[in-house]
Design a protein around this ligand. Sequence first.
Ligand code: AVJ
Length: 322
Amino acid sequence: MLIQSVAVPSLSELAQDVRAGLSKKGQKELPCRYFYDDIGSALFEVITQLPEYGLSRAGQRLLRKSAPAIASRVPSPVIVAELGCGSGRNTRWLLEALSRRGPVTYCPIEISGAALATCKRQLDDIDSLSFVGFQCEYLEGLAEASSLRRTAEHLLVLFLGSTIGNFSRLQGVQFLQQVRQNLMPGDFLLLGTDLEKPVPQLLLAYDDSLGITAAFNLNLLARLNRELEADFRLDQFRHVARYNHQERRIEMHLLSTSKQTVTIPGAGLTVRLERGETIWTESSHKYNVPEVTQMAQQSGFRCDTQWLDEEWPFAHTLFVAE
Ligand code: AVJ
């Protein structure tokens, strides 16, 4: 197994981000990318199977349905670079369809080492697939994957599961522009976007009845306890999911149920929280179809093909680099 660690974010980076986010004057924040330590990644795997959270199943259905069409659009040989592979269950259909036709190099780029190993195990049996995993940030890994490219090899970037929704709309376009900078004209990007849907349905998807999403959110504080010797009392915080109508996004917060003081020695920080004050931990923006086309145009791509799920409004769009 070939897994290269380019640069796993260091403890000091975590400490710095925590210090910046929790010492903000107004709304306190923690970056959602820190959800995905080994425990968080395992909890997310459970979320993808919850009845309320139709998003991942929609993505899987679409990938399964569209795999032959994608394989016919993307010439071989191909390097498939996936930004955030998770368990790798999703991509199996596509990798099988592609590898039936010619050589495929699959480069999952994933911050969680445990998820990367699971992904490798899941896909190990696919013939003529070479696996080169990168444990690092998306753009660093993409640069590495694109440097493996030999002449005549095309690059297909997968950014699935609507992870783009974690960025603001503006940051999302800026991120896609950076992805585009690692590509050549004629390369591809398959983008998954969760679409707007009734608010009650969205709220349930982010506040499930088993409390798994609550645990996923609270694990962020538990992680700071583990890694930065913080003394967050998890029973003094409550998971909250809200829909922000103006920004058309779900926001997750951790609400302090008492007036309290938390110390985080590893970040050299003491935080005071009022009763009812929240720490904002994640945004999940919801899109509509015209917006997706617009994002492509704004980042140097054009839309080639789009697939929509009939059960859970969700889109897969194949972008071609111009
Ligand atoms: C993996 C970012 C797409 O925003 O829906 C799931 C993460 N957060 N439940 C999402 C998540 C709460 C998820 N993404």
